[in-house]
Design a protein around this ligand. Structure first.
Ligand code: NAD
Length: 485
């Protein structure tokens, strides 16, 4: 084992789990065992909630301008430890060092946003009747939980940690059991930055721990990021327990390519979008709709995709099951008559034989009713469906139950606007393959890509992580009596 057995982080201390059930943490890069992660007990969750609840009393009363000082320091520590944090993400998730470095840089940007919260959270005040003023304040919720997926071991936790905590909440993080190592490093850095004990806690586990979080009476709100299947379970279970919940799910993002698109730039963007992080991004373009005559662009996409080499500038997918599932999608599409232009099945990387790699795969003439066109593949695979008109392309995009992102590649502003207005997705790109809004703009999809109101990052997250207090105040009886005063 490369690292010691993983501990929970409760009340500012790393504590060994008392539960006998552990899972092996395997690096998808080469199949070596990195560590063991505990499947913690409900008692351990109780201890974390109790520690968070105790910390909440003083943390919630600390002025926000003081609270964000911790995040200025945390940002500095992220910068200082960028290399080691990226290395850990690379080892446990498999993405390349370059991609892992970009992930930590994004954590820095998210933390910068949290540092700006005092500027954004000011309430409103107005004299509403003679001598009577109304004012609003954003008040923290209490103990909140963040349940996260495997594909961004550091970034997705940092979608929620800085904002929720700077806004005065205390948090329990439940990392993905597939990539549990980065969370410990985050806890270490937050402590070093001066975060009081108990404000941030990490409890490891899998399904049972997620269910215990949804049911726990001491947790006020649950944010979840993961697959749609589990997002639905978490949303239903936690709201049934009268908690606030925002649950982000899976995706099937359509990329509509028009005949007037700039071939080189389009090809480069399409292949980067489908293969970045081995296609394991909820913003990856996995379905391209080729509108009209775009064979010359498809040819260039294949040329670009050929430059992506497993084990060099392409990381593995997370595990063997994922590898087999993705290969099955490709084989099924082939059997149903699609044309494989570039085939990434059956890849082994020399010296990393235990790794779970899939090469970049481009599949043409995919029909809209094939599974590969409808379902989330989550691998470096793009399926191309042909359409004759923009409306036909939009009909394909609109038919998807998901709604995370959609992009159009064109030089025609009118066509771009037409698609922005009609695509059924929360995040739209124009000549951008991965249309992630950067801070202060918020991140969140539509339809079955998100359950709950509002977005998870940016200004929108303020509404999720706080409740509004409205005060109606009269200090001057001499002002006399007016309507409702
Ligand atoms: P997942 O749904 O399998 O797991 C997410 C979390 O839920 C993990 O912490 C896991 O322990 C827990 N979990 C798994 N099965 C559960 C169950 N049956 N009941 C309760 N909890 C359960 O997701 P994943 O495979 O880790 O991540 C990939 C998925 O996440 C993809 O679908 C991807 O699109 C999605 N994702 C979405 C976004 C977004 O912003 N919409 C961002 C990142 C990832």
């Amino acid at each position: 084992m490369l690292y010691p057995t993983i501990n929970n982080f409760i009340g500012g201390n790393f504590l060994a789990s008392g539960n006998p059930r552990f899972l092996n943490v395997i690096s998808p890069v080469d199949g070596r065992e990195l560590s063991k992660v505990p499947m913690s007990s409900k008692k351990e969750l109780d201890a974390a909630v109790a520690a968070a609840n105790q910390a909440f009393a003083s943390w919630s009363k600390t002025p926000i301008k003081e609270r964000v000082q911790v995040f200025y320091k945390y940002k500095f520590l992220l910068e200082k430890n960028l290399e080691s944090l990226a290395q850990l993400v690379h080892e446990e998730n498999g993405k390349t060092i370059g991609e892992a470095t970009a992930e930590i840089e994004k954590c820095i940007e998210l933390t910068e946003f949290a540092c700006s919260l005092p500027q954004l959270i000011t309430g409103e005040i107005l004299e509403v009747s003679k001598g009577v003023e109304c004012r609003t304040e954003h008040v923290p919720l209490g103990v909140v939980a963040s349940i996260v997926p495997f594909n961004f071991p550091s970034m997705v936790p940092n979608w929620t940690i800085p904002n929720a905590i700077a806004l005065g909440n205390c948090m329990i993080l439940k990392p993905s059991e597939k990539v549990p190592l980065s969370a410990g490093k985050i806890a270490e850095l937050l402590k070093e930055a001066g975060l009081p004990d108990g404000v941030f806690n990490v409890v490891h586990g899998d399904v049972e721990m997620v269910e215990a979080i949804c049911d726990h009476p001491g947790i006020e709100a649950v944010s979840f990021v993961g697959s749609t299947k589990v997002a639905k379970i978490v949303y239903l279970r936690s709201t049934q327990n009268f908690k606030r919940c925002l649950a982000l799910g899976g995706a099937k993002n359509h990329l509509m390519v028009m005949p007037d698109a700039i071939p080189g730039m389009t090809a480069q963007n399409v292949s980067a979008s489908m293969s970045g992080c081995a296609g394991q991004r909820c913003m990856a373009a996995s379905a391209m709709v080729a509108v009209g005559e775009v064979d010359h662009i498809i040819k260039k996409i294949v040329e670009e995709a050929k430059k992506i080499v497993p084990g060099q500038n392409l990381g593995p997918v997370i595990n063997k099951e994922s590898q087999q599932r993705i290969e099955k999608y490709i084989t099924e599409a082939e059997e149903q008559g699609a044309t494989i232009l570039l085939d990434g099945r059956g890849i082994t990387v020399n010296g990393k034989e235990g790794g779970t790699y899939i090469g970049p795969t481009v599949i043409d003439h995919v029909k809209p009713d094939m599974n590969i066109a409808k379902e989330e593949v989550f691998g470096p695979v793009i399926s191309i469906t042909r359409a004759n008109t923009v409306d036909e392309a939009l009909a394909i995009e609109n038919a998807s139950p998901y709604g995370n992102a959609a992009s159009v590649f064109t030089q025609n502003g009118g066509v771009a606007r037409y698609i922005i207005d009609r695509a059924s997705a929360g995040m739209i790109g124009v000549n951008v393959g991965v249309p992630v809004p950067r801070e202060p703009f918020s991140f969140g999809g539509w339809n079955e890509s998100k359950f709950g109101v509002g977005d998870i990052t940016g200004k929108s997250s303020i509404e999720f992580w706080t409740k509004l207090k409205k005060s109606t105040i009269k200090w001057n009886p001499e002002a006399g009596v007016n309507w409702m005063s």
